[in-house]
Design a protein around this ligand. Structure first.
Ligand code: SAM
Length: 243
């Protein structure tokens, strides 16, 4: 079973967020276990203070490193500077990290793995966490959130989708966008005609080879229009853009 631990100063943020759909079912089926740890429980003083003013001056507050080191060591049962058990990833969420993409999600989705996810707040976290505690610094995109909690939900969801058996028969991750470097194909369902907008004829004919070819072409077309960088990285033919 995979185990994911989220370290945060706002544990209430996660009260219900993992109680729906695929994540809920994966938890109930024993495919993944998710724990939430309050970093304040590891603060040294009676006010449970986890942040302080930055050395060198400047605006805002910085999260202290000590409670975070203590929380990680407690969760992993490791002593100071001891190596982590094999298969352990300690992730710091930060806009300064490696951008999260499907390849990185796949790399993190180890069915027997252990992932600790550290959520920052304020101006960020004392740099010694990044220097000496974490194995991966990850960003969910080139924009700045107020805290790592929404990013932790995004990352956890994407990882669990790829665990064996997590999707059941509901859908297939192999078909998803990015699994072969490009977008998924467009889907249609009932009704066949909605306000004059018809479902493409080819999907109604039952010719599977034709449908496959049409879907592939549409997937490449859309990827090329919206994300040309993906087409350049994927081994696909580049069809002409159709109007
Ligand atoms: N001052 C920091 C900087 O400019 O790099 C930003 C701090 S941000 C306001 C507070 C926290 O939100 C960060 O420590 C991080 O945990 C989280 N965060 C913000 N943007 C993020 C992103 N794009 N990906 C992952 N985490 C992010």
């Amino acid at each position: 079973m995979m185990r994911i631990d989220i370290l945060t100063i706002f544990p209430e943020f996660f009260t219900e967020v993992f109680d729906f759909g695929i994540i809920r079912r994966a938890r109930e089926a024993g495919i993944v276990e998710i724990g939430v740890t309050d970093i304040r429980d590891f603060a040294a003083d009676k006010h449970r203070k986890t942040d302080d003013r930055p050395f060198g001056g400047g605006e805002g507050m910085v999260m202290k490193c000590e409670p975070i080191f203590l929380a990680v060591e407690d969760l992993l049962g490791t002593a100071e500077r001891e190596e982590y058990p094999a298969g352990t990833r300690v992730v710091l969420l930060t806009p300064q990290g490696r951008p999260l993409d499907q390849a990185l999600v796949k790399d993190l989705s180890d069915e027997d793995g252990r992932i600790l996810i550290i959520c920052g707040r304020y101006e960020g976290i004392d740099e010694r966490v990044s220097e000496a505690l974490v194995t991966d610094e990850i960003s969910i995109g080139d924009y700045v959130l107020s805290g790592g909690e929404p990013a932790a939900v995004v990352m956890t969801d994407a990882i669990i989708r790829l665990l064996p058996e997590a999707l059941g028969n509901e859908s297939s991750a192999e078909r998803d966008s990015f699994s072969d470097g490009i977008f998924d194909f467009p889907n249609y369902t009932q009704p066949r005609n909605f306000r004059g907008m018809e479902v493409p004829e080819v999907l109604l004919g039952g010719n599977h080879a034709e449908i496959e070819a049409w879907r592939r072409e549409k997937a490449i077309d859309k990827t090329r229009k919206i994300r040309k960088d993906l087409i350049e990285g994927a081994a696909v033919e580049d069809p002409p853009i159709k109007k």
